[in-house]
Write a protein that binds this ligand. Sequence first.
Ligand SMILES: Nc1ncnc2c1ncn2[C@@H]1O[C@H](COP(=O)(O)OP(=O)(O)OP(=O)(O)O)[C@@H](O)[C@H]1O
Ligand SMILES: [Mg+2]
Length: 241
Amino acid sequence: MATADVSTESLETGVPGFDRALDGGLPARRLYVLCGPPGSGKTTFSSRFIATGAANGERCLFVTMHETVDQLIADMSQYDFGFAQAAETDQVEFINVVEGSERNPLTKAMRKHSGSSVNQLTNRLTTYIESRDIDRVVIDSTMVLEYLLSGTDTDLVPFVTKLKHVDATVLLIAEMTDPTAYAPEHYLAHGVIFFHNFLEDEGMRRGLQILKMRGVPISADIRPLTFTPKGIQIDAEATSP
Ligand SMILES: Nc1ncnc2c1ncn2[C@@H]1O[C@H](COP(=O)(O)OP(=O)(O)OP(=O)(O)O)[C@@H](O)[C@H]1O
Ligand SMILES: [Mg+2]
């Protein structure tokens, strides 16, 4: 009896060059950690991932704490990948855990139980994702957890471990300025994508590095990243420097 190998399905992110570098996109239903310094492109990449999912008819969830939903939409509207249009559809749900409306049951649950254990918060989030059949999730960023948790219990291991098994593709944005300081979430994730902003002779250069992608042969070289009117673009072939 033939069985479908769901683990090999590729999910288009829509980011030009990135999907090509991965021969189609991210392996679906896995968890990826995106990290890099401020302003390196993590939110822009993730927004395009959500807009692409919505355009494909998938259900998407964007959990944020850094910006209000309106600010996020305004910032992403400078690009033409259709984020604002996607945000208006029923396909995309936003949760701002700091300033969002408590009409959303997840926002309410997370706020109400602010200070609860990482296991309780993780269970609430995973139950929500699964009960709503959500396909794509962005969590921007791991600071969300630090904000909600009591301060002593900010271990990401149980969170990442459980989130790895939800039936959705998850992008977890983790701030990290020291690219040599690997954390447990980097080892636990199915894939790790680094956004770089580094100094070269002629000045600062942006780059994207697929540090790890389980099950997919990849070059871990840094690929040049540029911002265009369409958002982020990766040079799939070239490496730098
Ligand atoms: N056309 C462009 N050319 C160069 N830089 C741009 C362009 N458009 C936006 N940027 C820069 O990209 C950055 C925004 O990227 P983004 O918000 O995706 O980064 P981030 O990694 O999520 O940052 P943070 O960690 O602060 O949330 C801003 O610093 C902005 O100035
Ligand atoms: Mg950001």
